[in-house]
Design a protein around this ligand. Structure first.
Ligand SMILES: NC(=O)c1ccc[n+]([C@@H]2O[C@H](COP(=O)([O-])OP(=O)(O)OC[C@H]3O[C@@H](n4cnc5c(N)ncnc54)[C@H](OP(=O)(O)O)[C@@H]3O)[C@@H](O)[C@H]2O)c1
Length: 224
């Protein structure tokens, strides 16, 4: 175990980036709770709060990873679609932070890491609610860092570029994937494991002074 992260909650740990984070934490000897959709549907925000309040865990790390992104132009967007994306990507994070944040603060230590996106500060056609949810998530994390920082809880957002997961494969055809790779400084998409490496650092006790930040991990995609 490379640090003192002993228990963690990771949302969206069934696959993709969340599965890589959970695997990496478990490899470090951490006990990881990764509620699957059947146990915790993040689109049902009131159920998220009930779930968290009925759980007595005081996690060392809370990793808010789950997210959805169903590309749709604004003019075709339904109110329900807009609301659902905000519920899964943002409002559920608020509910989890407001339950677990005070518990970690009362214990005097903890780490919150939210998986945001480079689309929190860049636009892309069809990503209206996704971009809005991630921009607000970055803002929420800054406030959490300020409110819980005095009690030893550090909070950060990680903004991946394009990572090879089901989400990326679902939303981009082969030609687009090739174009994205060719316009990335490192000339390739990222892997879930590369994102997990940064997340595990931020979620652990080796991170003693990084808080309230949005850290971009995108192979240089947003350099230009
Ligand atoms: N991949 C990228 O290039 C990229 C780039 C920037 C940011 N991100 C962010 O990174 C995070 C992980 O993305 P990913 O690429 O690993 O996605 P993914 O492969 O689609 O996996 C998404 C995860 O979130 C869970 N999830 C989605 N909606 C849920 C809901 N309503 N309730 C409970 N769980 C739910 C999924 O559970 P199920 O297995 O049940 O569906 C799955 O575990 C997301 O927040 C995403 O926005 C990804």
């Amino acid at each position: 175990m490379n640090d003192d992260t002993r228990t963690a909650i990771v949302t969206g740990g069934s696959r993709g980036i969340g599965a890589a984070i959970a695997k990496r934490l478990e490899g470090d000897g951490c006990t990881v709770r990764r509620p699957l959709r059947e146990e915790l549907d993040l689109s049902d925000v009131s159920a998220v709060r009930v779930w968290a309040e009925s759980d007595d865990t005081v996690p060392d790390a809370l990793v808010l990873n789950a997210g959805e992104n169903i590309p749709t132009p604004l003019e075709e967007m339904t109110t329900e679609h807009w609301q659902r994306t905000l519920d899964v990507n943002l409002n559920s994070c608020f509910e989890l932070i407001r339950v677990y944040g005070p518990r970690m603060a009362a214990r005097g230590r903890g780490r919150i890491v939210a998986i945001s996106s480079f689309l929190s500060f860049r636009g892309r056609v069809g990503r209206g609610p996704y971009s809005a949810s991630k921009a607000a998530l970055d803002a929420l994390i800054r406030v959490a860092a300020l409110e819980y920082g005095p009690s030893g809880v550090l909070a950060n957002a990680v903004c991946p570029g394009f990572v090879m997961t089901d989400l990326t494969l679902q939303n981009n055809d082969e030609a687009t994937l090739a174009h994205l790779a060719s316009t990335t400084a490192l000339r390739r998409l990222g892997t879930p494991e590369e994102v997990a490496e940064l997340v595990v650092f931020l979620a652990g006790d080796r991170n003693t002074y990084v808080t309230g930040q949005t850290l971009v991990i995108d192979g240089g995609y947003t350099c230009q």
